[in-house]
Design a protein around this ligand. Structure first.
Ligand code: CP
Ligand code: NVA
Length: 310
């Protein structure tokens, strides 16, 4: 019932979802994964990507093909977008051809402009501000591992970036305690911290700290991402010594709950934000997490396209 309300909606931020919608999507993703439900559609998804992508591009494409739909891979360099055609014009034109569009770009404002001018559902496939689709898969993976979400503790280590932002919001929506451990100058944006605290209310704790050990203590999920995101490549080298204390390694993992799992959105830099032994170790759920991109996004596609019952 709550998923019917997603028909025609955009997903620009994870905060666009209510708790019931988020949990409904995760249930549907689990049922799609087992094959318990097999919805079909004939719609066309456009992928308008201005940054590189392996997982998001392929998982969205395969999800759409498995549903019986079609995909157009439209990156900036093969469209007039790359030659400066205004987004507000592109949006109104693509709106007439496509049924849904997933956009990967830099500024959240570009995504919002597109969504303002297009009536079809617009999905955030990563911006500098958020990566909501990633966190749908992460929460699905956490639910698979623990059989619950509410009451768990998730700890994130590294850069207070797009992934950290969506993770915070997603955890707050699901009643998960969240700890974000970053160097002092690399905390999440104050407005995202405030928004997360507002969503969490008195249901779950939101801790922002520069102490990685305190953040790991007794936690159920240790999560990390690259120290320099796409567009920050020239900062990568200089950031290594700043972020080194936030590496997920065996020492940090030993402080967590004995059943703790390790997540990474990928791509990973082994030896930087995560060590090889932890990434390949028995507590890593990184490959299930990557697989769940397919199921979680399929749930999102059928819900926003309104083809749940077909
Ligand atoms: N995690 C993620 O979004 O991966 P891609 O950049 O490969 O899509
Ligand atoms: N924070 C990373 C995530 C990649 C999936 C980036 O934006 O490059």
């Amino acid at each position: 019932m709550s998923l019917a309300a997603l028909n025609g909606r955009d997903l620009l931020s994870l905060a666009d979802l209510s708790e019931a919608e988020l949990l409904g999507l995760l249930d549907l993703a689990a049922n799609l994964k087992t094959g318990e439900v097999q919805p079909q559609c004939r719609q066309v998804l456009g992928l308008l990507f201005s940054k590189a992508s392996t997982r998001t591009r392929v998982s969205f494409s395969v999800a759409m093909y498995q549903l019986g739909g079609q995909v157009l891979d439209l990156n900036a360099s093969v469209t007039q977008v790359g030659r400066g055609e205004p987004l507000m014009d592109t949006a109104r034109v693509l709106d007439r051809y496509l049924d849904i569009v997933a956009i990967r770009t830099f500024a959240q404002a570009e995504l919002e402009t597109f969504a303002h001018y297009a009536k079809i559902p617009v999905i955030n496939a990563l911006t500098d501000l958020e990566h909501p689709c990633q966190i749908l898969a992460d929460l699905q993976t956490i639910q698979e591992s623990f059989g619950q979400l509410s009451g768990l503790t998730v700890s994130y280590f590294g850069d207070g970036n797009n992934v950290a932002h969506s993770l915070m919001i997603g955890c707050a929506l699901a009643g998960i305690h969240v700890r974000i451990a970053t160097p002092a100058d690399y905390q999440p944006l104050p407005e995202i911290i405030e928004q997360t605290r507002r969503i969490a209310g008195d249901r779950s704790q939101v801790i922002i700290t520069d102490d990685p050990k305190a953040a790991a203590e007794g936690s159920h999920v240790l999560y990390t991402d690259v120290w320099a995101s796409m567009g920050q490549e020239d900062l990568a080298e200089s950031r290594i010594p700043i972020f080194q204390p936030y590496q997920i390694n065996a020492n940090l993992l030993s402080l967590a709950d004995s059943e703790a799992i390790v997540l990474h959105c990928l791509p990973a830099h082994r030896g930087e934000e995560i060590t090889e032994d932890v990434m390949e170790g028995s507590q890593s759920r990184i490959w299930d997490e990557a697989e769940n991109r397919l199921h979680a996004q399929k749930a999102l596609l059928v819900s926003t396209l309104g083809v749940l019952e077909s």
